[in-house]
Design a protein around this ligand. Structure first.
Ligand code: NAD
Length: 439
């Protein structure tokens, strides 16, 4: 089988490489020539664990290649995946579909024989039908079906998620398209992955319903954390106590600084807009969006409070900048709210992130950059853990106390225990948990 992947970003590159690992011949196309040139030299444009080896192995085997020639990539392909970005449209929060529609027009011109055109990008209900219309209008002679195949991989564990997903969702409306998709996902079928066949609209909505549900769960536990702080309860115990209930589940019950990343913020907002537009508003998601925005903005105030009410002239060390560990993705990261707010309050910020600093440097002016966690913490009046990278989970607390001006740590990810911090003589502030002496 042959696949053309249009868009070689976090999703397109991982999906393309994983399909090639399944034995499919894949050509990844991107209009960003620099990305393709790097990939041809074996340089990964993103940080994702295991991706470089996976790509190298399949390039070596002749199953995976990279191209800036769309016609050559699409020629003879059984499936053409559209995996371009769908960011929030400036001004109104709807998903910006201009990249998807541009890709559809370009693919239409390049189609040779029968192919399925598959939207892997997260797209609002109705997009698949519009892609179909665009291609039909551009190429009335073309033989094709449009399929919706939303992607559920998580950055940081993307390869494992793609190879062993909880489920695969396929919105397809002809038997020919369903059969082709079945063949493509055959290796997953063999490991008994549930494959759900639906209409285009249903598949498109499943993706938004999944992401907004998870964002709601996070926001719920964040608000419970705030309540815990008022009443002296411990949010981690509450999360455990409710998460062990099989109907609730333990995942996505970690209180923190508010969700960020390349998906939840834009997808929650896009679903709100879709629902409003069709006169069926989803109030719960509207509230989630508002609460999360407020939360991200409120995080800097916690640091200021931990510093005694002012950070003017203080040095604050920020550990972790990416929206979650094991990625270099900075999109909508809480750090993008927290760092400028601290600077505005008069602090000097010194930051360190294991993989995100290259991206972050362009987004966070005026920050000093540490070589590692201890370098960032040197002489700092307070440290803030924004992202729970593994290397921040086992800091040498004696060394931390030694290098910092004041041993104050604001842990926005609850990766330490208040009692161990108290024992180490560190003034420790976490989310939704009582300080050690109050327990
Ligand atoms: N990042 C994730 O974890 C994730 C997970 C699931 C779904 N998604 C969805 O997948 C889609 C892609 O997300 P991403 O994070 O991979 O985005 P990305 O920005 O990393 O990659 C998009 C790529 O598409 C390219 N592109 C844009 N227009 C093009 C065109 N006309 N032809 C060829 N290439 C083009 C860009 O140059 C870029 O390299 C989005 O809809 C997103 O919501 C993302």
């Amino acid at each position: 089988m042959r696949v053309a992947m249009i868009g070689t970003g976090y999703v397109g590159l991982v999906s393309g490489a994983c399909f090639s690992e399944f034995g499919v011949e894949v050509v990844c196309f991107d209009k960003n020539g620099g990305k393709i040139a790097d990939l041809r030299q074996g340089k990964m444009p993103i940080y994702e664990t295991g991706l470089d080896e996976l790509v190298a192995r399949n390039v070596q085997a002749g199953r995976l290649s990279f191209s800036t020639d769309l016609a050559a990539a699409v020629k003879g392909a059984d499936a053409v995946f559209i995996a371009v970005g769908t960011p929030s449209r400036r001004g109104d929060g709807h998903a910006d579909l201009s990249y998807v529609y541009a890709a559809a027009r370009e693919v239409a011109a390049a189609l040779t024989g029968y192919a399925v055109i598959v939207t892997k990008s997260t797209v609002p209900v109705g997009t698949g039908r519009e892609v179909e219309r665009i291609v039909r209008e551009a190429r009335p002679d073309a033989d094709f079906d449009v399929v919706s195949n939303p992607e559920f991989l998580r950055e940081g564990s993307a390869i494992g998620d793609f190879m062993r997903p909880d489920r695969v969702v396929i919105g397809a409306e002809t038997e020919r398209a369903r059969e082709l998709m079945r063949r493509l996902y055959r290796p997953l079928y063999l490991i008994e992955t549930p494959i759900i066949f639906t209409t285009l609209e249903t598949a498109e909505l499943i993706k938004y319903a999944a992401n907004t549900f998870l964002a709601t769960k996070i926001t719920f536990i964040n608000e419970i954390a705030d309540l815990c702080e008022k009443v002296g309860a411990d949010v981690q115990d509450v999360a455990k106590g409710i998460g062990l209930d099989g109907r609730i589940g333990r995942k996505f019950l970690h209180a923190g600084p508010g969700y960020g990343g390349s998906c939840f913020p834009k997808d929650t907002l896009a679903l709100v807009r879709t629902a409003e537009a069709v006169g069926s508003p989803i109030r719960i998601v509207e509230t989630v969006v508002a609460v999360n925005e407020r939360r991200k903005k409120a995080m800097a105030a916690r640091v200021v409070a931990a510093c005694g009410g002012s950070v003017k002239g203080a040095t604050i060390a920020v550990l972790g900048l990416t929206f979650k560990p094991n990625t270099d993705d900075m999109r909508d990261s809480p750090s993008l709210e927290i760092v400028p707010a601290l600077q505005k309050a008069g602090a000097r910020v010194r930051a360190y992130d294991p993989e995100g600093m290259k991206e972050a440097k362009a987004l966070l002016p005026g920050v000093d950059w540490g070589k590692d966690a201890y370098d960032a913490l040197a002489d700092a009046d307070a440290g803030v853990i924004v992202t729970e990278w593994n290397q921040f989970r086992a800091l040498d607390l004696a060394r931390l106390r030694q290098v910092m001006k004041r041993p104050v740590l604001v842990d926005l990810r609850n990766i330490y225990r208040p009692d161990e911090m108290a024992a180490a003589g560190i003034a420790y502030h976490s989310i939704g948990r009582p300080p050690a002496d109050a327990k």
